[in-house]
Design a protein around this ligand. Structure first.
Ligand code: HPA
Length: 267
């Protein structure tokens, strides 16, 4: 862990107490309000030197540490994306802090476009693998041999099974599929969507993959769930826009909150 992360862990512990955090939740576009569901202590990213600034509307740039269903969680109300500054490692410091707080796993959420007719807007898709279609990697420049991270079973099987069980208990459909990372910020062309469909993608988005790579590098287990906000480019007449993403995300977010709460009750 970098010195900066160590210092931030101390600073955060001073404010939130030293109880060990078990899970980190990273909230995607339009999901930032989930941070408000936590009964805990909130620290603005602006007060955490090196944390990303509020770059994208629909995010809620603060770290909230507290109990959700009796389990200590750290909720990251906003994330930094590669497309903001061209840095794939933009989330490295927050994830180092999460690891430093003692967390066992990162649970990432995002808004995504669906490539499957049977996963319309409002659906939830848990990632069981990904395709890094951006060519970028957050570990470029990392000098140690630890950079050669295996990405086999990056999405932890036990966590996935527990999340599927939780969804079943809540009568919510939780699909599983492969998420393709495009850099953004422009949306994809219909031809690009056709290309990744042939390659096996079920959903597409502009985040999460660099965080998953970093989390595995840091020894955190990983789970990730997409909220489908739209059909991918060329698949419907609906206009794809960030406004639309923010409008649609709350529909899936309500389901996701139920699933996450049911999951945490079993931990
Ligand atoms: N493409 C990329 N990112 C997205 C999409 C999409 O269709 N929807 C929400 N985030």
């Amino acid at each position: 862990m970098s010195r900066n992360a160590d210092e931030l862990v101390d600073l955060i512990r001073e404010k939130t107490g030293s109880a060990k955090v078990r899970y980190g939740l990273i909230l995607g576009s339009g999901l930032g309000h989930l941070a408000d569901a936590i009964n805990g202590v909130s620290v603005d990213y602006a007060d955490l030197p090196g944390f990303p600034h509020a770059g994208v509307s629909g995010h809620n740039p603060r770290l909230v540490i507290g109990d959700l269903e009796g389990v200590r969680v750290a909720v990251f109300g906003g994330r930094a994306h590669y497309y903001e500054k061209g840095r794939a490692d933009a989330m490295r410091l927050p994830l180092e802090v999460l690891a430093g707080l003692g967390a066992e796993a990162m649970i990432a959420t995002n808004a995504a476009g669906s490539l499957r007719e049977d996963m319309p807007p409002g659906s939830l898709m848990m990632l069981n693998d990904h395709i890094n279609f951006s060519g970028m990697n957050p570990l470029i420049g990392e000098p140690t041999d630890a950079r050669f991270v295996s990405m086999v079973d990056a999405y932890d099987r036990d966590l996935r099974n527990a999340l599927l069980t939780a969804a079943g208990e809540e009568n919510e459909i939780l699909d599983e599929g492969i998420y393709a990372w495009y850099s953004g910020p422009s949306f994809e062309t219909p031809a690009e969507i056709n290309a990744i469909r042939i390659l096996g993608a079920d959903a597409v988005g502009m985040s999460t993959v660099p965080e998953v790579i970093l989390a595995r590098f840091l020894g955190l287990k990983v789970a990730a769930i997409s909220i489908v906000t739209n059909m991918a480019a060329g698949m419907s007449d609906e206009t794809i826009s960030h406004e639309h993403t923010k409008e649609m995300a709350p529909i899936g977010a309500a389901k996701l909150e139920k699933v996450l709460r049911a999951f945490l009750r079993t931990r």
